[in-house]
Design a protein around this ligand. Structure first.
Ligand SMILES: [Zn+2]
Length: 302
């Protein structure tokens, strides 16, 4: 980042800090993901993960996001402007920036997590499990996403992992978010935070599901709060741990009478709300590691 660029961004963030609830980061040295270049492990998801977002897709998503932000209020407008001047050699580092977050995922998260999994699988001969968990009680109405306390949510998840007997295992847990609607109007539309996780345990998926399931009750909008699969092909589940965009999930009754859901793009006001919420946060604020920690641009065992 050039000095000029840094000061512009710093000024903008300091200005925001006076008037808003944003967590403000003015120290560019803490934006370590800006310095990522090539995957450290030699495994490059851009080449080896089928369906990994192409540069063209990222460019289209960035343009669409900027368009929506520029039609919002002043604080949205400022985010849109910052995104607009993000370019090669002078990246913005915002965790909603499709380019910067493609780099975060391909240069750090996916190769580092895959390397941890490969090491563990080689040592143990086991697979590990991929988990998705929806804490049904944790819902937020439209316009109230700013009330989501990410550290508290992650800490509660850590406690539940521990109480379920998985506190001592290596796990990588990422927060995802969807805006959930019922086409039959069975419940009020809401933001639903949830987790994707990889747990390096030799236990059977059925056992993990039973042990974790005790802490995540179902409700009308979340019929099956916990899914667990064997981690046979880690790349895909790992790419889901931290998704660079969010969706609307619309539930409906399928022709066979069962509850189904279709995924649709967020509406513009929802895009603006989620961009404001995640925009200034570090991408790692959506992650929880157990048994490992980040040291610089690497994950190391504790
Ligand atoms: Zn950027």
């Amino acid at each position: 980042m050039s000095k000029l660029r840094h000061f512009q961004l710093g000024d903008m963030l300091m200005h925001e800090s006076k008037s808003s609830r944003w967590k403000v980061e003015t120290d560019s040295t803490r934006r370590w993901w800006l310095t990522l270049s090539h995957p450290s492990t030699g495994f490059d998801p851009r080449k080896h993960l089928s369906g990994f977002e192409s540069r063209d897709e990222v460019l289209e998503r960035k343009k669409a996001l900027i368009r929506i932000l520029l039609t919002g209020e002043d604080h949205h407008h400022r985010l849109g402007t910052t995104l607009g001047i993000c370019e090669t050699g002078s990246r913005c580092g915002l965790s909603i920036c499709p380019f910067c977050m493609r780099r975060f995922r391909s240069g750090f998260l996916i190769p580092e997590v895959c390397a941890q999994i490969a090491r563990w699988q080689e040592c143990t001969g086991e697979s590990g499990v991929a988990v998705s968990v929806v804490p049904a009680k944790l819902k937020l109405a439209a316009g109230e996403l700013h009330q989501l306390d990410l550290p508290k949510m992650l800490d509660a998840f850590r406690q539940r992992l521990r109480r379920a007997g998985y506190g001592g295992y290596i796990s990588i847990n990422g927060v995802d978010l969807s805006f959930n609607e019922s086409s039959e109007g069975k419940w009020a539309s809401h933001w639903q935070p949830h987790f994707y996780a990889v747990v390096l345990s030799a236990n059977e998926p059925k056992q993990v599901k039973a042990e974790l399931g005790k802490f995540f009750p179902a409700d009308e909008s979340v019929r099956v709060p916990v899914h667990v699969k064997r981690l046979n092909d880690p790349m895909r589940p790992v790419s889901y741990l931290w998704k660079p965009f969010f969706q609307r999930r619309v539930s409906y009754i399928a022709t066979n009478g069962r509850l189904a859901a279709r995924k649709l793009p967020l509406r513009p006001d929802q895009v603006r709300e989620v961009a404001l919420f995640f925009g200034e946060k570090a991408p790692t604020e959506r992650l929880l590691f157990t048994g490992i920690r980040r040291r610089g641009q690497h994950l190391v065992e504790m």
